[in-house]
Design a protein around this ligand. Sequence first.
Ligand SMILES: [Fe+2]
Ligand SMILES: [Fe+2]
Length: 202
Amino acid sequence: MKTIVDYKMKFKDAELENQVQEFFESYNKEEVATHSIEVANEARKMAKTFGLPEEKAFIAGLLHDTGIVIPQEDRVPLHISLNEKVFEEEKELPMILHQKQSVFISREVFGITDEQILSAIESHTTLKKNATELDKLIFIADKVKWDRTDNAPYLDDLNKALRNSLDEGCKVYIKWALSDIIVFHPWLKEAMDDLKISYLTD
Ligand SMILES: [Fe+2]
Ligand SMILES: [Fe+2]
């Protein structure tokens, strides 16, 4: 199993966007590079609208999925080797760990130390308790530019809700996601309590 330092690489370019592209290309994940750049641009645009730090939103968008390159079978052992807690739900669906493992990659490979950026990356799939506005923004930007080919089915409702607030946007997406959820991550439960979303889908 590779440890996090083994993911370090010597980049050809000093520009973060190009480094992210090069990083994903080296793992044959060009589609994740494209998605990441789309999310980064969307996040920057949304940050302007909501009066949040645009550059931080852009960087978090670029790096949010870097943990995707870690093989599924390595996720739980890697987490344990770093003395990180692993929830039962994460053992059941190790892919969910990619949000937290993107933080390890962002720190180690891309040298990111800004806690606001790292926090937004860490919870981009499940959101979390006491989420900041930047956490919510990255959670939503990732869903606006989702990584499937067609337009997201919730997109119209989400865009309408976003005219009110990021909270309203989070509610629309989470309510939709509950209908085909695979595992119910504890962080999502806590985020739902904060947003006062009931557990019953209607
Ligand atoms: Fe992701
Ligand atoms: Fe993503």
